[in-house]
Design a protein around this ligand. Structure first.
Ligand code: FAD
Length: 495
């Protein structure tokens, strides 16, 4: 009987607990003779569309599927790629593979989102109903420290980052097993190559249509675990020590840009923390300023995943703080469109939105600026922005995206307080003082001086401004801020 490893958002063979366990299982009872490890991937477009997965991200998955297949080929593990026309067909597809390929054991890595958990439960129940002796094993591999291990003194999940992070760090520092990297799976007996010749010959889809420049996307985000590890190593060796200084300076590209790889599961958070820890002489919360700051950002990734597990309402269109749901949002469609197109007349906001449109990625500082602008200057529901980000980000991730949006909108766990409103002009002058980032993404403004570029409609005469072909600000910040504060206070019962 064969063993099946169902790959989902864990497109890697290194440090993959479920894959390793499946590989060990396939060895039990002797090698050879029909005891093979088989890999499965299901293309499920309806499910992806329902979850607003960005086409450019799906394309990245497909490109990584090709490199994953190449790695599996070397281990003589056949990759079976199937399509589920409807999301409800996923159960049937797994059943068919199990039955058609003589599978007795099924392994996968746990996903944390509510819909995915329900789907997995349905698959498990259907398999066990039809095949009572089947063995299904789910591995928790999305978190460095399992949810149940990070608890307050009273045994509850944390809802605030700093105490969460302190506890998380203590655990990671004192219990070495959390950062243990899982071994590589063993190869199948070579005979598998003859038995499953059609799967070794088959070519999985290698792309998915998306509106961005295809070659440019391949150049910016090449697929594969080797690429992800090369980036991780290079970042940890060369850039991480300056991360605390460069991470908030958008034109400097001082961050790792590993998020697309982390979110496709080509790289694990554990591998990143482990690499940084080694470079930081085994320290997590102390030591080198750059490395410890970078580990802390990975801590935010962990935090938002823990929040998703403990408070699943956040992935069901609910605000973490329910009272903020009383806010009456603006339905100004034109404002929303202008925001998406990067035509708000606020250069720093427009630069961020255009970076997203052109590359499927946006610098973290810009994500905060544009999110705050949408919610607090335009008074548009943060959920519209959250959805737009998911539809366009190559690194879209429900937990981090929702966490980031709710933080920016002051509706979330550890949010900035509602009365804190970024001033786009001051943010621009502070984080892009020479306007380099703006010039990169808003070419209409590239000839302006460092001083003029942040607020051109005020800095130039009306005649000179008109020549730029750049829009006037769609709102007046001071007035917009006052409108937002009034509405938030009303909603929170403070006025
Ligand atoms: P680095 O600075 O090199 O950090 C390393 C890793 O740590 C990142 O890859 C990421 O996994 C994690 N990380 C860093 N900052 C954060 C953070 N604030 N929250 C959670 N994890 C973090 N991140 C996503 O991965 N997917 C999203 O869909 C997403 N949406 C966001 C939306 C908003 C409104 C905001 C404010 C933030 C969002 N983030 C999201 C978090 C952050 O912006 C990105 O993780 C980061 O910009 C990725 O770039 P990097 O890999 O160079 O990060």
């Amino acid at each position: 009987r064969n063993v099946l490893m169902w790959f989902r958002n864990d497109l890697r063979i290194r440090d993959n607990k479920a894959l390793y366990a499946a590989s060990m299982r396939s060895k039990v009872g002797g090698t050879g003779n029909n005891h093979f490890l088989i890999a499965l991937y299901i293309i499920s477009e309806e499910e992806w569309a329902e979850h607003d997965e960005a086409p450019v991200k799906i394309d990245f998955w497909m490109r990584n599927l090709v490199t994953l297949k190449a790695s599996l080929d070397k281990l003589a593990i056949p990759l079976v790629v199937k399509t589920a026309r409807k999301k409800t067909d996923v159960v049937k597809v797994v059943e068919e593979v199990v039955e058609g390929m003589g599978v007795s054991h099924v392994f996968w890595s746990q996903e944390l989102m509510v819909d995915e958990r329900k789907r997995d439960q349905l698959v498990r129940e259907a398999l066990m109903k039809k095949h009572p002796s089947i063995y299904v094993e789910e591995h928790e591999d999305q978190l460095v420290v399992p949810a149940e291990d990070v608890r307050t003194k009273t045994g509850n999940p944390y809802a605030v980052f700093t105490p969460f992070y302190n506890t998380w760090c203590k655990l990671v520092e004192t219990e070495s097993h959390y950062l243990e990297i899982t071994e590589m799976p063993d190869a199948n007996p070579l005979e598998a190559k003859e038995v499953y010749v059609e799967y070794f010959k088959a070519k999985p889809p290698s792309s998915h249509p998306h509106p961005l420049d295809v070659d440019e996307m391949k150049r910016r985000y090449p697929a594969g675990e080797d690429e992800a590890h090369a980036r991780l190593d290079k970042f940890v060796q060369e850039k991480a020590k300056k991360y605390h200084q460069g991470r908030d300076v958008p034109p400097q590209d001082g961050t790792s840009v590993l998020s697309p790889y982390l979110n496709a599961g080509v790289l694990s958070t554990r591998q990143c923390v482990a690499a940084a820890r080694i470079a930081n002489k085994n320290k997590i919360q102390s030591g080198d300023d750059g490395l410890k700051t970078w580990i802390k950002e990975l801590g935010w990734r962990e935090f938002y995943r823990h929040i998703l597990v403990a408070f699943p309402r956040v992935c069901m269109n609910r605000a973490f703080q329910p009272k903020t749901e009383r806010v009456q949002w603006s339905d100004n469609d034109e404002h929303f469109q202008r925001w998406t197109e990067g035509k708000t007349g606020f250069p720093i906001v427009d630069a961020g939105m255009r970076q997203l449109k052109a590359t499927g990625y946006m610098h973290n500082r810009l994500r905060m600026i544009v999110a705050c602008f949408l919610v607090k200057d335009l008074l548009i529901n943060w959920q519209q922005g959250e959805k737009y980000f998911m539809n366009n980000l190559i690194d879209g991730d429900l937990a981090s995206n929702n966490g980031g949006w709710q933080w920016s909108a002051s509706t979330g766990t550890d949010s900035q307080p509602y009365f804190r409103v970024f001033n786009p002009l001051l943010q621009s002058q502070r984080y892009d003082p020479k306007g380099e980032y703006i010039r990169r993404w808003v070419p209409e403004l590239k000839l302006l001086t460092d001083k003029q570029i942040h607020d051109p409609s005020q800095a130039l005469s009306p005649k000179d401004f008109a020549k730029l072909g750049y829009p006037k600000p769609i709102v007046e910040h001071a007035k917009a801020k006052a409108r937002y504060l009034e509405e938030f206070k009303r909603a929170l019962g403070l006025s």
